[in-house]
Design a binder for this molecule. Structure first.
Ligand code: BGC
Length: 383
């Protein structure tokens, strides 16, 4: 009897100890299982976690494009709701020196984690070295920060998939699988200093190149290199100017050289292309070339509703912001954030463990469900 009691007591103690050893899941942490494990290059910060007034620095690249204002607002709202104090800064209109100063101020101002969407991913080495020195973990937001071993994690959308989706839309809309063509296309992408451009353009060209090689798709300008297709600062006036040059050089227009499609990596670039096609070539909704974009910007959605842009890729910035908040929370609690990619994003110092959110194709056929019903925009905003 005594032996039995001792045995039962021992079992109770073992079970009790095992459950004490289990860590409680981080509050608000995503239930998405991480595929593969990351190296632990995060620095656990003591005293963090929702509830305390721990300060988080959020550095955004520009006020001039809609998406970053949305990203900044969402991040601030979500971080504050999780109990953090937020130092949110915008680097003017894509100003690298200003972003550097702002990050330095965040470090000296006591931020415990930095979330950074870089203007130029290759120019932040020095402030980030200071962050590392101070033991402040850095999350690269949307755009990877290159050549810095201070970057702990990367949260973004699947950028390759964005490019593939844009190109596949063109392939399907022109019926390239069944149609002989040839069809004329021109190619536009974004800022050369934005690492995402390699993935957007690379993803799109992986789909389009075989058709270009077969002569089914023709790029009349011959401008097929990423550098030739790039648009400094993702700037609308710059893409408009380049499209105007292409229109006059190739004589594109409803009664001139046929232009079947334009690949544009995002909406701010697409808006310039639309302006040029309407004002300099006389295209209307009736004969408008297929034109891609990304972000579902209000201006582009208005164009889409008028038949002056064909498709955009929806990247719900609310999803990205929530994901980053769970990352911040996990880092501050010294636990491992959710990641789902440990293969794609090498920043020159090694692979950065990443969480990739899913982009979605948005057209006139599904925009209501995606954007209006989900509360992203009101119907009125798109009028
Ligand atoms: C983002 C895009 C955005 C572009 C211009 C890219 O890094 O991923 O969503 O359209 O920057 O702001």
């Amino acid at each position: 009897m005594k032996k039995l009691l001792i045995l039962m007591l021992a079992i109770v103690m073992v079970v009790g100890l095992a459950s004490c050893g289990k860590e409680a899941p981080a509050a608000g942490s995503s239930s998405t299982a991480a595929a593969g494990s990351s190296e632990d290059n995060s620095a656990a910060v003591t005293g963090g976690g929702s509830g305390d007034t721990v300060k988080v620095g959020v550095s955004m690249p520009t006020k001039s494009l809609q998406r970053w204002n949305q990203d900044g607002d969402n991040m601030k709202k979500e971080l504050e709701a999780a109990g953090y104090e937020v130092d949110l800064q915008y680097a003017g209109d894509n100003e690298v020196p200003l972003q550097v100063t702002q990050i330095e101020d965040m470090i000296s101002g006591g931020c415990k984690v930095l979330v950074i969407a870089a203007v130029d991913g290759s120019q932040l080495g020095s402030p980030l070295a200071q962050a590392k020195e101070a033991g402040i973990p850095v999350i690269a937001y949307d755009r990877l920060i290159m050549n810095s071993d201070a970057v702990s994690y990367y949260a973004t959308f699947d950028n390759t998939k964005v490019g593939e989706m844009q190109a596949q839309y063109i392939v399907d809309a022109l019926g390239l699988e069944t149609n002989k063509g040839p069809f004329n296309i021109e190619l536009f992408t974004g800022d050369p200093a934005d690492n995402n451009v390699n993935f957007f353009f690379g993803g799109a060209m992986s789909v389009l190149q075989p058709y270009i090689d077969d002569g089914v798709l023709v790029v009349p300008s011959g401008q097929t290199e990423q550098a030739q297709a790039s648009t400094e600062g993702w700037n609308t006036e710059k893409s408009q100017a380049r499209m105007e040059n292409l229109i006059s050089a190739q004589k594109y227009g409803p009664s001139g050289t046929k232009l079947d499609a334009v690949l544009s990596s995002n909406d701010s670039v697409a808006q310039g292309i639309t302006n040029a096609l309407v004002t300099s070539a006389g295209y209307t909704a009736e004969n408008f070339p297929i034109l891609t974009g990304q972000d579902c910007d209000v201006a582009s959605m208005k164009n889409m509703l008028k038949g002056l842009q064909t498709v955009s890729i929806f990247k719900d910035t609310r999803t990205l912001a929530s994901q980053v908040v769970t990352m911040v929370d996990a880092i501050l609690k010294g636990t491992e954030p959710s990641i789902n990619d440990t293969a794609t994003y090498d920043n020159g110092t090694g692979i950065i463990p990443s969480f990739l959110c899913d982009p979605v194709v948005c057209t006139i056929d599904n925009y209501k469900a995606l954007l209006i019903d989900s509360g992203y925009y009101t119907e009125d905003q798109l009028q």
